[in-house]
Design a protein around this ligand. Structure first.
Ligand code: MN
Length: 430
């Protein structure tokens, strides 16, 4: 029996106030799309089938390297985080899975945690290991790296932690392990580039060997931070080389914020897919070199172009196409639930716009070197307001027409501020 956190009546009452306007907008959009041969109901069906996971850590207020400013009612453990994730999914109906992080989300009974999530209408996405910080009681420090550390016992500890994450994931019903290591250097000469990668590959292959048959190991690259001179898995080149060496179950995970500014990420998506190595995607946005801002808040056109490649990839599957989509942001100045509601809508909206691209026209223009018409095929889709399709999909699934309005009407955060213990101050993480 599912027990969702918000009152269904409250959502229904809020929706009733917008229902007529939504019908009007949806019908008008349907007529507009029909003129170009697009069946809005078919698009609605695809949007209804779309989903993106939310990270458990995203439910709390993030922080910068300098400070974290908690808000009253913030979750302080995995149970409270799940409840918040359930609110996001109840309103948006597009975030039915949570991606946990260990050891942060560790509990004594994972079967019970799986059940708890199911009661809230949630499943589990990729499990994330953490070898970028030391935990209390840990035998060996990660100060000089984890899977690539010079010290063999430290590497072994990092391998064992990843294998433990796989075991936890099996209990939760996950089938992906996401591995991101902060390993790298802050000074030229600090480490040998080749030997540190050798050590990483050797340790990662031990993790790979522990993967169940139906699991994937998603390698997440990041250009810099916490290491500021060099990072072991710094870019998609290092990532795909490592994934190819590890084996078919190893795939690359692209995090939008983990590249140099202005890098053509949509082309990276196409490249990784071409070689059957695109395993997952982390959504966020950035202005400079961060990976923290809300999806689509800075460069929504880039998000659309990424989805254009993802839809193209879906139509041309090579070695299968089943990427794991997740929001990965740090909410420093907003209520995390509101940020993830807004981001889920931005992400789904770009997916919907990518579906509206006239692929035949695009491909014909490409084949005949008609540059302007190829570009216009994308431009036309990008300029369409797909909000009525998204809202219709949400309502049909029990969600809200206006997710932020319904959330604020629910007074959820104020209620949690009364129930939950306060979060301590301190520096943030990632
Ligand atoms: Mn990420």
């Amino acid at each position: 029996m599912t027990q969702l956190p918000l009152s269904a009546d409250l959502i229904a009452e809020a929706n009733a106030r917008h229902a007529d306007a939504l019908d009007e907008d949806y019908d008008a959009l349907g007529r507009k799309l029909a003129r170009t041969g697009i069946d809005i109901e078919a698009v609605l069906g695809r949007v209804a089938g779309f989903s993106v996971a939310v990270p458990s850590w995203g439910a709390g207020r993030g922080g910068t390297r300098f400070a974290k400013f908690p808000i009253p009612g913030e979750p302080t453990n995995i149970h409270e985080k799940l409840e918040d994730c359930a609110v996001i999914n109840q309103l948006s109906r597009v975030t039915p899975r949570v991606s946990p992080h260990f050891p942060w989300d560790k509990v004594s009974d994972f079967a019970a945690l799986r059940e708890e999530a199911a009661t809230l209408g949630l499943g589990w996405d990729a499990v994330n290991s953490n070898t970028f910080q030391d935990q209390r009681g840990q035998a060996h420090t990660y100060a000089n790296g984890s899977l690539s550390a010079q010290d063999a016992a430290t590497r072994q500890q990092a391998v064992e932690h990843n294998i433990e994450c796989i075991e936890i994931g099996r209990q939760l019903g996950s089938t992906d392990l996401t591995v991101w290591v902060g390993d790298g250097t802050n000074f030229p000469g600090q480490q040998d580039f080749a030997r540190s990668l050798d050590r990483y590959l050797d340790a990662a292959s031990q993790v790979y060997a522990a993967l169940p048959d139906d699991w994937r190991m998603l390698l997440e690259h990041k250009m810099f931070e916490p290491a500021f001179y060099s990072t072991v898995i710094s870019d998609w080149g290092s990532s795909i080389l490592a994934a190819q060496e590890l084996g078919p179950k190893a795939k690359c995970l692209v995090d939008l914020g983990h590249h140099a500014p202005n890098v053509n990420i949509e082309q990276i998506v196409a490249r990784l897919h071409r070689f059957g190595k695109l395993g997952g995607f982390h959504f966020n946005d950035s202005k400079y070199g961060d990976d923290d801002l809300d999806s689509g808040s800075i460069n929504p056109h880039q998000l659309f172009l990424v989805f254009n490649e993802l839809v193209e990839a879906e139509l041309n599957p090579r070695d299968g196409f089943n990427p794991s989509y997740m929001i990965d942001q740090s909410h420093n100045v907003t209520d995390p639930i509101e940020s993830m509601l807004s981001s889920a809508e931005a992400i789904t909206g770009c997916f919907a716009k990518a579906l509206l691209v006239d692929r035949d026209a695009l491909h014909a223009a490409q084949e005949s070197n008609d540059t302007m018409m190829a570009f216009q095929a994308l431009r036309r889709a990008y300029s369409i307001d797909v909000a009525p399709i998204l809202a219709k999909a949400r309502v049909a699934a029990g969600g809200a027409i206006d997710v932020l309005e319904a959330y604020r009407l629910s007074q959820y955060r104020a209620r949690k501020a009364q129930e939950r213990k306060a979060v301590g101050l301190g520096a943030g993480i990632v």
